[in-house]
Every structure is written in structure tokens, then in C-alpha cells.
Design a protein around this ligand. Structure first.
Ligand code: NAD
Length: 492
């Protein structure tokens, strides 16, 4: 059976950063691998008055780092068409419809359409509405819409956005990108949990002490300053990526490994998040903003950032899940900018053995008789792999124990050749598989959890800046765990 997928892509925001940095290279990789062959076309739309020829140059430039065969690139770029289009102008959709129909006939696209909204979300509603009113959706093929974060800035705005989209598209036609769900090691969470008896039986509050999720960035706010200053770390990272990872770590086993069954379990997990009262927010969530250090400016002095900004560039929190499996287990999450390093990791810390039968031997001076907890670490990026900390006997006389570590990293060649998140997700969207996209109920419960924290923060003035670049955030983040007798597994 041919693996070729057939579709017309219409990319709104075709001149933008996302399109050029992520979408065009990912589509090209799908083309190189034969998932896209003769029967695809791409319409790029934006306001600039580009010609098709100029658009082809942009496509070619966006692939420069791939070092690909020039003829292949040329053939690929020939499938791209540019239409100057203001998404608020109904007349432009008439031209878009005509071009879509021409390309459908020319490339034999069978009415299959994917609309990629690579634009600010305030345009989603108007685009969706016009796609319907101008009859750009087809009856003979599939119609899917892919959208980017941010999906609202709180539950209410997310609901408005969702209502606008679902006035045109059914929920099963909406593909909400969370690029973390396209990452190899995030997809691996389900593989190790449900593919190994040794983990799933221990995956509960009887054996797990706490779980830590860290999404750490080394850079500052960079070019997304205006967006970021209105968002902050809690909205930008916790509401989506961190709660999605948490739902995959905590969901019950789906009946089958299918989109629908996984969604059911993720929603149940997110519904079980313990909502905090305002007083509990103060005790369980820490926010931070980076200070200056040497040549590094403090956040408030960055370009396009308000000098009195109270935006959080760091957040650490303790999340509790009130269900049978997880009751009493803290999930510590943290993310921030200008931290010690760039990485994403998950640490699952197991409870120590109930009785330590080895603590009678004090002869071995270079070892410890205190049994360290077992820790399973899932390294998501840049390293992709697993670590397992165990206790073993110290080599030599006597009987003392010492922690040892088992390490597995994916083969670097396999990792280098493995598809980037956007390539994977575009492929899934072509296949009609939304497993690794965020569903509305998941978005809704995540916002409801985060809104309480944000509201409390908005009503209380923080003492910013409060952490030094190159560290793992404010001291209060360490104290959050210390209070429970725990500590971060990763320390700078
Ligand atoms: P961008 O500003 O680089 O591009 C925006 C595009 O929209 C441009 O092509 C612009 O011409 C077009 N546009 C703006 N107003 C228009 C109008 N009235 N009619 C027609 N076209 C119009 O933005 P971006 O960085 O490419 O981001 C696009 C979306 O993706 C945003 O929602 C952003 O939050 C999200 N996103 C981007 C990234 C990223 O890495 N760039 C990452 C995550 C999410």
C-alpha cells in the first residue's frame, strides 16, 4: 500500500516565523520520506504581496540547513502557491476558494483540506467563520484545522475561542498543537508505563514518593517579548506542556491505545487535579523573575518589556491529584527562563524500603548505609533516554550499600534521524490521528486549574526580581520541597 498522503494545505501566516522555521522544513521531510509525493499542494497566505516565484525562494531558503538535493527542493517548492490575503477581508476568501478548487483538480487532491492557522489566535474565529461562509470546506474529502498555542489566556477566553472554532469545525476536526506531545520521549511515557510490568504495578501512591517535572530554559525572553510579557511562565508552559506531561504520567491505563481511549483517561486525570484556594496558592506555588547578572540584563530591562512588569519568568509548584492512585503524592513542577541549563526531564522518586536491614555496618567509610530512594529519570531533551538509580553493595569487605545508576540513551544516530515534533504532528494530522494533540476538555480543565493561581498572583504584588540567571530559580522553589522532606533530584 502506498504511504502517500493526499491533501491541500492552506497555511494562514505563510510568511511568518513558525511557517518558515518549522512548517516548511517538516513538510519537506515528509516529502523526502514519500508521505507527500505528487498529490499535495500548499497555499501560503499572508498580507504581503509576494509572487509565487518569491514564495518559492522563501521555501528554498527555509530548507537551507537541511543540505538537500537542489532538484528535490525545486520539485517540492513547485507545489507551493502564494496568495496575498487579509484574513479579515471576505473578498479574499473568494479568491482562495477558486485557487483551492483549481489546485484540487490539478493535483488530484480528492477534497482533502488541512488549514494551518499559523497566526495570532485573535484571527482564528474570523478565519473559521469565513471558511464556512465562503464554502471553502469540502464535502467529498476531509477538512481539518491545526492551531497553535496560546489557546486562550484563561478558561473564559479559551471557551470563546473554542466556540468560534467549533461553529465551523467539529471537535474531531480540530488539531491543537502542543509540540511537547510530538517529542519522542514524551511519547515514550506510555511505552514504558504500559509496556513493562515492573513499572505499572509500582505506579501509585504506595510506592512513589513524589514526581518532578522540569522544563528548564537557559535563554531569556528573546524575540517573543511582547507575547511573553502578557503571558508568563505559568500560562506559557504550565497550562499546556507541563499539565499535558502530567496527565500522561498519571492517567490510568486506556482500554486500548487509541486517541479516544487515551483522551478519556487524560481528561479523568486532569479533572482530578486538586483546585487550590487562594491561601493554598501562596503555600504551593512559587513565582520568580530573573535579575541582572554581569552582561545579562534583568527581565524588566529587556527590549519591549515593561520596566515595572510583574510577569513570572519562573514558576515552581506542588500539584496534587485527588484520586485513588495518586492521593498524597506531590507532583513538583518547575519551568523558567535564564536557568542553569536547557533541558526537560521527569524524575519519578520512589519510596525507600520500609525497613533498612543494612544499617548495622559502619565499617565502610566511603559508603552510606542510608538507603537512597530509587529514581527513574526520563530525559526528554537534549539527551533522550532513561536513568535508574538503585542501591547496590559497595565493592569490598563489609556490607554497606551505595547508590548506582543504570543509564540508557537513545542511539545518537537514531535520534538525529528521528522526526522533529512538527514533522511527526503534521504526519499525524494527515493520518487523521489526533492522539498527540490536545483535546478541548483537556484544555478546559487545565485552564481551570491554572486560573486560580494566576488570579491570586494578579491580586498580590510580587517581590521581583528574585533569582539570579544561571541558577534553578528562587530559593523558595527549594523550600517548597524541603517542607515535605523532599528535594529536587536535579540541582544546578
Ligand atoms: P509571525 O508574527 O512571525 O507570523 C504571523 C503571520 O500572520 C505572518 O505571516 C503575517 O503576515 C500574518 N498576518 C498577520 N495579520 C494578518 C492578517 N490580518 N491577514 C493575513 N495575514 C496576517 O508569528 P509566528 O511566530 O509565525 O506565530 C504564529 C502563531 O504560532 C502564533 O499564534 C504564535 O503564538 C504561535 N506559535 C509560534 C511559535 C514559533 O516558534 N514561532 C511557537 C509556538 C506558537
Amino acid at each position: 500500500m502506498s504511504k502517500e498522503k493526499i491533501a491541500l494545505f492552506t497555511i494562514f501566516g505563510g510568511t511568518g516565523d513558525l511557517a518558515q522555521r518549522k512548517l516548511y522544513p517538516s513538510l519537506f521531510k515528509l516529502y523526502q520520506k514519500g508521505y507527500l509525493q505528487d498529490h499535495f499542494a500548499v497555499i501560503g497566505t499572508a498580507r504581503r504581496p509576494w509572487t509565487d516565484e518569491h514564495y518559492h525562494e522563501i521555501i528554498t531558503d527555509s530548507l537551507a540547513s537541511l543540505d538537500a538535493d537542489a532538484e528535490k527542493v525545486k520539485a517540492f517548492a513547485s507545489h507551493f502557491y502564494y496568495q496575498s490575503h487579509d484574513v479579515t477581508d471576505a473578498q479574499h476568501y473568494v479568491t482562495l476558494k477558486r485557487l483551492s478548487e483549481t489546485l484540487d483538480a490539478q493535483y488530484g487532491l480528492q477534497g482533502n483540506r488541512i488549514f494551518y492557522l499559523a497566526m495570532a489566535p485573535n484571527f482564528f474565529g474570523t478565519i473559521a467563520q469565513h471558511l464556512k461562509s465562503e464554502n471553502i470546506l469540502t464535502n467529498n474529502g476531509f477538512n481539518r484545522v491545526i492551531i497553535e498555542k496560546p489557546f486562550g489566556h484563561d478558561f473564559e477566553s479559551a471557551k470563546v475561542l473554542n466556540d468560534e472554532l467549533t461553529a465551523t469545525f467539529d471537535e474531531n476536526q480540530v488539531y491543537r498543537i502542543d509540540h511537547y506531545l510530538g517529542k519522542e520521549m514524551i511519547q515514550n511515557i506510555s511505552a514504558i508505563r504500559f509496556g513493562n510490568n515492573i513499572w505499572e504495578f509500582l505506579w501509585n501512591n504506595r510506592y512513589i514518593s513524589n514526581v518532578q517535572i522540569t522544563l528548564s530554559e537557559k535563554l531569556g525572553v528573546e524575540e517573543r517579548a511582547v507575547y511573553y510579557d502578557n503571558s508568563g511562565a505559568l500560562r506559557d508552559m504550565v497550562q499546556n506542556h507541563i499539565l499535558q506531561i502530567l496527565s500522561l504520567l498519571t492517567m490510568d491505563q486506556p482500554v486500548e491505545f487509541t486517541e479516544n481511549d487515551i483522551n478519556i483517561e487524560k481528561v479523568k486525570a486532569l479533572r482530578s487535579l486538586r483546585p487550590y484556594t487562594p491561601a493554598e496558592v501562596a503555600d504551593n506555588f512559587v513565582r520568580g523573575q530573573y535579575a541582572a547578572d554581569g552582561d545579562i540584563k534583568d527581565y524588566r530591562s529587556e527590549d519591549k518589556i515593561s520596566p515595572d512588569s510583574n510577569t513570572d519568568t519562573f514558576v515552581a509548584g506542588k500539584v496534587m491529584i485527588d484520586n485513588f492512585r495518586w492521593s498524597g503524592v506531590p507532583f513538583y513542577v518547575r519551568t523558567g527562563k535564564r536557568l542553569a541549563d536547557k533541558f526537560t526531564r521527569i524524575d519519578v522518586v520512589f519510596k525507600r524500603p520500609i525497613v533498612n536491614i543494612f544499617n548495622h555496618d559502619n565499617n565502610a567509610s566511603d559508603s552510606t548505609n542510608e538507603l537512597a530512594p530509587n529514581v527513574l529519570t526520563i530525559n526528554v531533551e537534549p539527551t533522550e533516554g532513561f536513568e535508574l538509580r538503585m542501591n547496590a553493595k559497595c565493592v569490598g569487605q563489609g556490607f554497606a550499600t551505595t547508590p548506582i545508576q543504570l543509564d540508557y540513551d537513545h542511539d545518537s544516530e537514531a535520534t538525529a534521524n528521528s522526526p522533529e515534533a512538527y514533522e511527526r504532528l503534521l504526519h499525524d494530522a494527515l493520518n487523521g490521528d489526533a492522539t498527540n494533540f490536545t483535546h478541548w476538555q483537556e484544555v478546559a480543565y487545565s485552564w481551570k486549574f491554572v486560573d486560580v493561581i494566576q488570579k491570586y498572583w494578579d491580586e498580590h504584588t510580587p517581590d521581583f526580581p528574585n533569582y539570579r540567571p544561571g541558577t534553578m530559580g528562587p530559593a523558595a522553589s527549594d523550600e517548597l520541597l524541603k517542607r515535605d522532606g523532599n528535594e529536587w533530584v536535579y540541582k544546578e
